[in-house]
Design a protein. Structure first.
Ligand code: TRP
Ligand code: SF4
Length: 328
């Protein structure tokens, strides 16, 4: 019997170069999923406009940088459908049709609505587009009849609204949409090199495509146990940023490092050198793949066009059903 693979879909707003936190938090999981599911991964450039409409100059460049990172890290256009949201206008039509029956209250009470309004205080976000953010996301998801959406916890409310929209549609017209589930994945959280959350805005990040030659300099800047003053002082790995990285990138040597840190046998310089080696080994193939892809600029557009063609076909089939169900 033929088994149809489940559909997985996820998107990222175009944020430019990704850091290793973005990789561990999402991209690594996408790469793992692409063999076993029918995957759609896309750049949510319309979503970027909901908050950046006054200053959209960065969006275009960020798309290219981000997709280069995706491909360098192993997303495979032969396995997954990789595309740009704005290339598939069908998303906009479904969003419009959904807007006819979606109560405004569902959008107003979405927790991310108030949170982002507060976070981005100073930007004029009392707009139709910003309020409709989760509904556009619902259209992104339902247009491919996704079974599951691999996203972080922060996106769970949007998937919840998506389910409500699917239910309401199915009830008002006829059953067309499955109710997608949120697929959270557990991943190790690495801090930035200063020990705070790794973030572009703190300038404390390590790029996924960092030049291997720059890595040891970044590792040298990492905050260690502040209680360790002299080389032979016993250390406490639990409070050390370098240790957190060893947990992720050097699991084999971890317990040995912890022991020799606690006993004061290993110095922080040596400990950092060990980490640099492992991080370099992790990043080098990604960096090299990226260099290779950069020498072939037309390829990126080809990938996105190929993905869009494929996505349009699937999206168009769903829209045919939707139009018909809605009496158009
Ligand atoms: N809102 C998501 C984010 O900020 C991006 C996104 C847009 C998305 N459409 C989606 C994620 C559909 C999953 C499914 O990360
Ligand atoms: Fe951190 Fe390693 Fe120094 Fe211990 S030895 S404090 S784990 S850098």
């Amino acid at each position: 019997m033929m088994t149809t693979r489940q559909v997985m879909l996820s998107g990222m707003r175009p944020s430019g170069l990704l850091h290793i936190g973005n990789y561990l938090g999402a991209l690594q999981n996408w790469v793992d999923l692409q063999q076993d599911y029918r995957c759609y991964f896309f750049v949510a450039d319309w979503h970027a406009l909901t908050t950046d409409y006054e200053d959209p100059g960065n969006i275009k460049g960020s798309i290219g940088e981000m997709v280069l990172d995706w491909l360098s890290a192993g997303l495979d256009p032969d396995q997954a459908t990789i595309f740009r949201q704005s290339d598939v206008k069908e998303h906009a039509e479904l969003y419009l049709l959904f807007s006819m029956f979606t109560p405004i209250a569902w959008l107003e009470r979405c927790p991310t609505f108030k949170e982002v309004l507060r976070e981005l205080e100073g930007r004029e976000l009392h707009t139709h587009g910003f309020l409709g953010y989760p509904l556009l996301q619902a259209a992104d998801i339902l247009i491919y009849k996704a079974d599951a959406v691999p996203v972080g916890e922060d996106q769970a409310p949007h998937v919840e609204i998506t389910r409500e929209v699917a239910r309401r549609f199915n009830h008002l017209y006829r059953p067309v949409f499955p109710e997608p589930e949120t697929r959270l994945h557990s991943f190790p959280l690495v801090p930035g090199i200063d020990g705070r959350k790794m973030s572009k805005s703190y300038d404390n990040y390590i790029r996924l495509s960092e030049d291997p030659a720059e890595i040891s300099a970044k590792v040298r800047m990492m905050i260690t146990d502040p209680g360790r003053i002299r080389r032979n002082d016993p250390g406490n790995p639990e409070v050390c940023t370098v240790h957190t990285f060893h947990q992720v990138f050097n699991p084999d040597e971890l317990s040995q490092i912890e022991e020799s840190c606690r006993s004061g046998e290993i110095g922080c310089v040596d400990c950092k050198n060990k980490l640099s080696e492992k991080l370099e080994a992790f990043i080098r193939p990604i960096y090299e793949k990226r260099q290779e892809l950069m020498g072939w600029p037309a390829y990126l557009e080809e990938v996105l066009e190929h993905g869009a063609r494929h996505a349009r076909r699937a999206a168009g089939a769903t829209l045919d059903e939707v139009r018909e169900a809605m009496g158009l």
